[in-house]
Design a protein around this ligand. Structure first.
Ligand code: SF4
Length: 576
C-alpha cells in the first residue's frame, strides 16, 4: 500500500501521491492522527472546508491475516471537536488495501450538495454526481449502487442523517453479501462525509494485482499461529456462539448495564435480551437467521449474527451488545424484535446506535415519549431520517437533546454519548472515557475485559489498567486488527513484530510496536490540545459523581487529579 488518493470535493480534482518513506510506516489510526495534526487546523469547523475525512486500512490491511479487513475512518469530530478514529469491518477496507491504497482523503467542501460518488478501481478514480441517491436510506443506496457497479464492489456510504450533517451520523460499509451493514459509527464522521457532499465511495478491486509480501512464508507461519491461538481461546467459542451480547448478563450481574437513561445498573428484562436468548431465537426461528457470522472475510472468530423476525426473514444484521443496551435497556425496551427493528432503522437512517439510543433515553426522561415505548422510539428514528425538527435534535446526539429538553442527566463525555458500561460500576471505563483522545468510546480501552481481575467498583489499579488498554487499542487499530484478537498477543506480543517483518521486512520488536501505540495516543492528544479540547479538562458527568447507581449504589469517585496521572504511567516494554 503506497498510494494516497486526495479528492478535492469542491473542484473535483483528484491527486494520486506516492507515500513518503515516513508515511509508509503509518497505517489505520496512527496514519489518521498524523494526517490530522499535519494537515487539519485543529480549531477548524468539523463540518467546514478545512476538516478532512480520511479512510485508511491498517498496516496489515493487505495481508491474509485474520480480521485485517477492519479499517479506519477518521477526521475532526463534530461531537467531540477533537480527533476521531472509528474502525469498521465489511469488505471495502480490504479492497482499498488490495488496490495498493494507503489512504483516501476527502478535502474541502462542494459548492452545491448534489450527492456524489467516488469510484475507485485499479485504473483510477472517478468522482461523479448521483442525484438519484439524494435522501436515500442506506439499503436503497446500496441497491442503486449495485445496479450501477455490480455485486462485487465494496461500498462505503451514508444515510440521510449524514447528508443532513447530523452529529450522530455514522458511515456504513457493506459486507460480502449485503447481509450485514457495518458502521464506523462513533463521533459523527457520517456528518463529515455528508458535509463533503460524498454519498458513497465504491471500491472495485477485481483487477487489482496481488500485493507482494516481504517474507510470505514467515507471514503465513505467524498467521497460522494467531489463528490457532484464537481457535483455542475459550472466548472465541463464546463470541462465536453468542456474539458481543455474550457479556450482557455479566454486565447486568455487575450492575453496570445502562438502564432507563443511566438511572439504574440492572435491567429487569435483561435475560430476555441476552446473548443466550438471541442465540435461542435465531435457532428457533431458522430461515435467514444465523449466529456466528463474519463481518469481514476470513475472520475466524465470527462474532456477528443475522437476527430474523418471527417468519425467519432478516430484520437486522448484526445485533450487537451496544445496540441492545442503548436502544433496549437504556430506553426501558425489553423486546428483542423491537430492539432489532430500532437497530435496523438506525442503520437505514445512518446514525450511531449508541448516540441515538442515549438521545432517545434522554428524550424519554424529558417526557417526549415514555420509557418502554418501542413504537414511539421507532417513530423518533424515522423522524431523524425525515429531518423533522425533533428528528434533527435527536440526530445531533445526546448532548443537544439533553440541553434542549432541560435534562440534567446527560450521559456524555466531551460531547459524545457514553456506551454500554456505566462508569460508576466499571471505574476503569470512566478513566478511559475521560482521558482517551476519543472521548466516551469503549473501543479506546475497555476495562470490561479485566472486570474479573480488577475490582470494577474500586479505584485501585484503574489508571494503570486504562493506560495499558488504551495503548493496546491504539496498536490494534493501527495494525487493522479486530480488538477481539487480543488474547494471543497478550501471551506473545512479539507476534506483532513478526507480522511487520513478514509484511514489510521491518527489523522491529514489540517495544517498537508499543512505541507506535504511544505515539498514536500522543499525536491525538496534541491535536486535541491545540483544538482546545484537551483530555485534562473533561470530567465524568456531574450526576455520576453524585447519584448512586442501584444496585451497587456506586458513584464515580476517581478525581480529575488522580486521572491526570495516567499520562505518566509507564507500561513495561514487554506487556501488551
Ligand atoms: S471478531 Fe467480530 S467484529 Fe471482529 S472482525 Fe470478526 S466478526 Fe468482525
Amino acid at each position: 500500500m503506497k498510494w494516497i488518493i486526495r479528492v478535492n470535493t469542491r473542484t473535483g480534482d483528484i491527486v494520486r501521491q506516492e507515500a513518503t518513506e515516513e508515511e509508509m510506516h503509518w497505517g489505520g489510526r496512527l496514519l489518521i492522527s498524523k494526517f490530522l495534526i499535519r494537515e487539519v487546523p485543529p480549531s477548524c469547523d468539523p463540518l467546514g472546508r478545512y476538516n478532512k475525512l480520511i479512510i485508511a486500512p491498517g498496516l496489515l490491511g493487505d495481508t491474509f491475516i485474520t480480521t485485517t479487513g477492519k479499517f479506519s475512518i477518521g477526521g475532526k469530530s463534530p461531537l467531540t471537536r477533537g480527533v476521531k478514529e472509528s474502525d469498521v469491518g465489511g469488505e471495502a477496507g480490504k479492497k482499498i488495501a488490495r488496490l495498493g491504497i494507503k489512504a483516501i482523503v476527502l478535502e474541502d467542501l462542494p459548492e452545491k450538495k448534489t450527492p456524489k460518488v467516488l469510484f475507485v478501481n485499479s485504473k483510477g478514480v472517478r468522482f461523479s454526481e448521483f442525484a438519484n441517491l439524494k435522501g436515500k436510506y442506506v439499503s436503497e443506496t446500496i441497491q442503486l449502487l449495485r445496479e450501477e457497479f455490480g455485486r462485487e464492489v465494496g461500498i462505503i456510504c451514508i444515510g440521510p442523517a449524514g447528508e443532513m450533517t447530523m452529529g450522530g451520523a455514522g458511515v456504513a460499509v457493506t459486507d460480502a453479501n449485503d447481509i450485514q451493514i457495518r458502521y464506523a459509527a462513533r463521533g459523527g464522521l457520517g456528518a463529515v462525509m455528508g458535509a463533503k457532499g460524498v454519498k458513497a465511495i465504491v471500491v472495485d478491486d477485481s483487477e487489482a494485482i496481488a500485493p507482494k509480501m516481504y517474507d510470505e512464508s514467515l507471514l503465513r507461519e505467524v498467521s497460522r499461529t494467531l489463528t490457532q491461538a484464537l481457535l483455542e481461546d475459550p472466548k472465541t467459542e463464546n463470541r462465536h456462539k453468542f456474539g458481543t451480547p455474550a457479556i450482557l448478563m455479566i454486565a447486568n450481574e455487575l450492575g453496570l448495564l445502562p438502564t432507563r437513561n443511566f438511572s439504574l445498573g440492572q435491567f429487569d428484562k435483561a435475560e430476555e435480551i441476552s446473548g443466550e436468548r438471541i442465540a435461542e431465537v435465531i435457532a428457533d426461528r431458522g430461515g435467514e437467521g444465523r449466529s456466528g457470522t463474519p463481518c469481514t472475510r476470513g475472520c475466524v472468530i465470527s462474532c456477528s449474527n443475522v437476527f430474523p423476525d418471527p417468519s425467519g426473514k432478516k430484520t437486522v444484521a448484526s445485533i450487537q451488545y451496544e445496540n441492545i443496551v442503548l436502544l433496549g435497556a437504556n430506553c426501558g425496551i425489553g423486546n428483542l424484535d423491537d430492539i432489532a427493528e430500532l437497530n435496523r432503522l438506525c442503520n437505514e437512517v445512518g446514525v450511531d446506535t449508541i448516540e441515538t439510543g442515549a438521545a432517545i433515553g434522554v428524550a424519554m426522561e424529558a417526557g417526549v415519549i415514555p420509557f418502554g415505548d418501542a413504537e414511539g422510539a421507532k417513530d423518533l428514528i424515522r423522524q431523524i431520517g425525515r429531518g423533522t425538527y425533533l428528528g434533527r435534535i435527536l440526530g445531533n446526539g445526546v448532548v443537544i437533546t439533553g440541553r434542549l429538553f432541560g435534562v440534567r442527566r446527560i450521559p456524555a463525555i466531551k460531547g459524545q454519548a457514553i456506551p454500554g458500561y456505566d462508569p460508576r460500576a466499571l471505574k476503569g471505563n470512566g478513566v478511559t472515557y475521560t482521558t482517551s483522545p476519543m472521548g466516551a468510546d469503549h473501543t479506546a480501552g475497555n476495562a470490561f475485559e479485566t472486570a474479573r481481575t480488577i475490582n470494577p467498583l474500586g479505584k485501585e489499579g484503574q489508571i494503570e489498567n486504562s493506560r495499558r488498554l488504551q495503548i493496546r487499542a491504539a496498536i490494534l487499530d493501527t495494525m487493522g486488527l479486530c480488538l477481539f484478537t487480543r488474547p494471543p498477543f497478550v501471551k506473545n506480543p512479539e507476534l506483532f513484530a513478526l507480522f511487520l517483518k513478514g509484511r514489510y521486512g521491518w527489523d522491529v520488536n514489540y517495544e517498537d510496536v508499543q512505541k507506535m501505540g504511544i505515539e498514536t495516543l500522543e499525536t491525538e492528544r496534541e491535536f486535541n490540545r491545540r483544538a482546545g479540547v484537551s483530555e485534562e479538562y473533561f470530567d465524568i458527568p456531574e450526576f455520576m459523581r453524585e447519584e448512586p447507581l442501584p444496585p451497587t449504589n456506586a458513584v464515580y469517585d476517581i478525581s480529575m487529579e488522580e486521572m491526570r496521572r495516567i499520562w505518566e504511567v509507564q507500561i513495561p516494554k514487554d506487556i501488551f
